[in-house]
Design a protein around this ligand. Structure first.
Ligand SMILES: *Cc1c(COP(=O)(O)O)cnc(C)c1O
Length: 231
């Protein structure tokens, strides 16, 4: 299948899942994940109507930025503090904030440029050792810290579900994070607006939407399998 056909299929499924959960297609943001893919491929999906793209490495954002048509960039992968400066003036949102140290560096770099930066807190909802993100219990410390920041704006939560064939387990994880999202919303912290719940990838985006996601990050279902050796 071509990228165009893949994208049409993903669009159809997003609409169906949104409707199933009582929402519209317009309530869900599709972030097309373009890591390892060329600016030409990125421009192809942008011409097909994609408005948001996601990269997981700051270097890739920096290197491709000038070669890609105007679009909203999301940084979705692990971010080291010393790389914040590569992306701070290029991305519209950082999904992968998982420490106070990282928040402080985003604050510093955004402050230097006099801009605000939307962030999501990445939660490791499954408790898996290998995944980045903070545990459920650590989220509050980050929210309290965010209350003191001027440039960093907390806009929601992000999670990566464990790779599993058991979609029931993922429904549990997604429901857990949705509940956390709702709990935080009700507590009303300063400078924290729970607007976005970023969860769901190629294998589970429909499930995630049905569980309340309003941002899905989809790569291989649009572009096919990634070839990491051929970058
Ligand atoms: C690569 C990546 C995705 C997309 O994965 P696919 O399975 O190709 O859809 C989504 N989120 C993050 C954080 C990623 O690194």
């Amino acid at each position: 299948m071509s990228i165009k056909e893949n994208l049409e299929e993903v669009e159809k499924r997003i609409s169906a899942a949104a409707q199933k959960s009582g929402r519209n297609r317009g309530d869900i943001t599709l972030v097309a994940v373009t890591k390892t893919h060329s600016p030409e491929m990125m421009n192809e999906v942008i011409r097909l109507g994609v408005t948001d793209i996601g990269e997981n490495k700051p270097q890739e954002v920096r290197d491709k930025f000038e070669h890609v048509l105007p679009v909203k960039w999301h940084l979705i992968g692990h971010l080291q503090t010393n790389k914040v400066k590569y992306v701070i003036d290029k991305v519209c949102m950082i999904h992968s904030v998982d420490s106070i140290k990282l928040m402080d560096e985003i604050e510093r770099q955004a402050g230097k440029r006099g801009i605000g930066m939307d962030i999501l807190i990445q939660v490791n909802i499954s408790g898996e050792e290998t995944k980045s993100g903070v545990s459920r219990g650590e989220v509050e410390a980050l929210l309290l810290h965010a209350e003191k920041l001027e440039h960093v704006k907390v806009k929601g939560l992000m999670t990566i579900a464990p790779k599993t064939d058991n979609s029931v387990t993922n429904i549990l994880h997604f429901d857990n994070i949705r509940q956390l999202f709702i709990d935080i919303k009700q507590k009303t912290y300063d400078n924290v607006n729970m607007e976005y719940l970023s969860m769901g990838m190629s294998g589970d985006y429909e499930t995630a939407i049905e569980c309340g996601a309003n941002i899905v990050r989809v790569g291989s279902a649009i572009f096919g399998e990634r070839n990491y050796s051929q970058k």
